[in-house]
Design a protein around this ligand. Structure first.
Ligand SMILES: Cc1ncc(COP(=O)(O)O)c(C=O)c1O
Length: 439
């Protein structure tokens, strides 16, 4: 139908589908969701208003919406082993904001989360985010080795006495010891919020330990390793209900009337579909393969002299500090894009460069693993990446802001014509298109 009624939008969607097929998609927070999930998203459930919660709606006609939402809730509870879940947060940022609204006094409440510059998320109390503007926040960092320094975190927590400690990160390549975080939170009387947005698929697939026994609240987006639609889950654990039996109700109230109006019922249905998929044995294999691929890629990249933050990867993600290669992260990410390898520029711990021109790149294996790539394919990817980085080693971004902007502008204009990169792009495209994409 769309092809006829709006050929412009139709052709843009086809163009994007083609792009997704022809590249190696290695942004660690992205994935290819299944055709069933996409199908649920594009349904008449989109048409309904169902403000409120099952059996407690403000509008009529919600018999089906109630069933859809209850099904999503029950599947999430079972999969994550938690007694309470809210499936309505429209995305990850609102999800975390809702937790703070539920638990903290405005202005006085204090969040302790990881600094963005070290791998935390904006919504973990960064000053630029509403979470750092409407509440007090203190930020912890990593140790010199690029790993969590629990001694320092404990000292900071004892000194700062936060109301909530947030763990779970956006750019951390190692396993998270949720038990240690739980002990620290209990010691200072704080709630522990585990935001497992990045690793939720690994957690349900048994490839990363679960925080359910140690955190009071677990949040996750549904569209990263979990491979669902864009959306989010806010879960209260047994430990959380023990600390405050009203926690679930408070979170529900923070979502509506606190932050949102009507839930997206089509999104809720698609979440339910993805949770069913994530409960299947094949998903366990998928989660294990994500990690195996990430470890294999980390090993190959190290062989080419890439400096991996923390020295490697235990999960789906790799963070590379490019300083030893003399290449800026922005330069590297753009050159790799020209070569059809899609990842993102990223700050590295103790980075002295500004966020737009950071010293590193971040990449991951969830999406390419969905397409069926295995360890042997990581050898090829590392080789291509190395060739691309070698090709742009001569591009130096000056410290002076104006000169830097000029060099960057010239680089952007020229890089798309680089013959070596275009030759790699061709190889990558012919390789990538051999692996199917759900569409
Ligand atoms: C750890 C973490 N929490 C929350 C979010 C926010 O999710 P969204 O982009 O859906 O708002 C992200 C997104 O990257 C994330 O990495």
């Amino acid at each position: 139908m769309l092809k006829k009624t709006d050929p412009q939008v139709y052709s843009l969607i086809r163009e994007e589908a083609k792009r997704q097929k022809e590249v190696l998609e290695m942004i660690p927070s992205e994935n290819y969701t299944s055709t069933s999930v996409l199908e649920a998203l594009g349904t008449v459930l989109n048409n309904k208003y169902s403000e409120g919660y099952p059996k407690k709606r403000y509008y009529q006609g919600n018999v089906v919406a109630d069933k859809v939402e209850t099904l999503a809730q029950e599947r999430a509870k079972k999969l994550f082993g938690v007694p309470y879940v809210n499936v309505q947060a429209l995305s990850g940022s609102v999800m975390n904001l809702a937790v703070y609204f539920a638990l903290l006094e405005p202005v006085r409440g204090k969040i302790m989360g990881m600094s963005l510059a070290f791998g935390g998320h904006l919504t973990h109390g960064q000053p630029q985010s509403a979470t750092g503007k409407f509440f007090r926040s203190v930020l912890y960092t990593l140790g010199k080795d690029g790993k969590l320094d629990f001694e320092a975190i404990e000292k900071q927590a004892m000194r700062e006495k936060p109301d909530i400690i947030v763990c779970g990160f956006t750019a951390y390549p190692r396993l998270i010891d949720f038990k240690k975080f739980g002990v620290i939170a209990d010691k200072v009387g704080a709630y522990l919020l585990a935001d497992i947005s990045h690793i939720a698929g690994l957690v349900v697939g048994g490839a990363h330990p679960s925080p359910a026994a140690y955190a009071h609240i677990v949040t996750t987006t549904t569209h990263k390793t979990l491979r669902g639609p864009r959306g989010a889950l806010i879960m209260v654990t047994e430990k959380g209900l023990k600390k405050d039996p009203e926690l679930g109700r408070k979170i529900d109230m923070a979502i509506i009337p606190g932050l949102q109006g009507g839930p997206h019922d089509n999104q809720t249905a698609a979440i339910a579909v993805s949770l069913r998929e994530a409960g299947k044995p094949a998903f366990k294999k998928y989660a294990e393969q994500i990690v195996a691929n990430s470890k294999a890629l980390a090993k190959e990249l190290t062989g080419y002299g890439f400096d991996l933050v923390s020295g490697g990867s235990d999960n789906h993600l790799i963070l590379i500090d490019l300083k030893n290669k003399g290449v800026n992260g922005a330069v590297a990410a753009l050159a790799l894009e020209v070569a059809n390898i899609i990842l993102n520029k990223n700050g590295v711990p103790f980075d002295t460069m500004p966020p737009f021109y950071p010293s590193g790149i971040r990449l991951g294996t969830p999406a390419i693993t969905t397409r069926g790539l295995k360890e042997r394919d990581m050898v090829k990817i590392a080789g291509w990446m190395n060739s691309v980085i070698e090709e742009v080693r001569n591009i130096e971004l000056p410290k002076d802001k104006e000169k830097r902007t000029e060099v960057w502008r010239d680089f952007r204009r020229e890089v798309v014509k680089n013959k070596k990169l275009l030759a790699i792009a061709k190889e990558v495209k012919s390789f990538a298109t051999k692996f199917p994409v759900p569409a």
